[in-house]
Ligand binder design. Structure first.
Ligand SMILES: [Mg+2]
Length: 229
């Protein structure tokens, strides 16, 4: 039984850093399905969903919209398979404080979920690499929708329908203004951390309720979460 608090975590830049294999999954899939060899390392991926990133990459490569849509589903499926086959080489690391924070939240019966642009199988494989997958029984994913607010909505539905969550103390934790914006339509509390590619100042401008350098001060974060009730 949960204690009335739900926290929804982003993955990249929030719980973990480093996802070379995820990046390579994009590179390999667009090469295979669209013959695209253009360098895609300059794209800002932060806070975007996998389907959204894929479309942007292909548009950058000059692939016609119709062609993009025709192969998109298969391309995403291939991307997932590539990732799962290569995840043992993923260079992902848990960010400071994350393991302790999740341990404490679980112990306090805080309900934990994900809100990530990662496709669901990629999200769990990535977290599995650092032993964090089992903390998150559900979430909203890039495979639910290319639009971040829609996957937040999906996570909320799953909390209520599958986990009988009946509270209204919900905190979204992420590392980009997109995470904060996606929580706004649902009037959720937001905590932004500058462990991704955005600074504290940039995150403050996004209108997050709380902005921290990182999740490493676990006591401070627990205090914030408990103060929401
Ligand atoms: Mg992120």
């Amino acid at each position: 039984m949960d204690n009335g608090i739900l926290t929804l975590f982003d993955i990249d830049g929030t719980l973990v850093r480093g996802a070379r294999c995820h990046y390579m999954a994009f590179v390999r899939s667009v090469r295979k399905f669209y013959g695209m060899k253009k360098d895609i390392s300059g794209i800002n991926y932060a806070g975007k969903t996998d389907p959204q990133i894929l479309r942007e990459v292909l548009e950058l490569g000059g692939i016609p919209k119709k062609t993009i849509e025709e192969n998109l589903r298969e391309c995403l499926e291939y991307m997932t398979q590539y990732y799962l086959a290569n995840v043992h080489r993923e260079n992902v690391q848990a960010l400071g404080g994350v393991k302790e924070l999740l341990f404490e939240l679980k112990r306090d019966n805080v309900l934990l979920g994900l809100t990530t642009g990662n496709l669901e199988p990629i999200a769990y494989a990535k977290l599995g690499r650092v032993g964090l997958a089992e903390y998150f029984p559900f979430g909203g994913f890039g495979s639910d929708s290319p639009e971040r607010p829609c996957l937040v909505k999906k996570a909320l539905e799953r909390a209520r329908e599958d986990f009988n969550y009946q509270g209204d103390t919900i905190l979204v934790i992420g590392d980009t203004p997109r995470d904060v914006d996606a929580a706004k339509p649902f009037h959720l509390h937001t905590l932004a951390v500058a462990t991704g590619s955005y600074s504290v100042e940039e995150l403050q401008k996004s209108g997050a309720d709380y902005v921290l350098e990182s999740l490493s001060d676990v006591n401070k974060i627990l205090k914030i979460i408990n103060s929401l009730v």
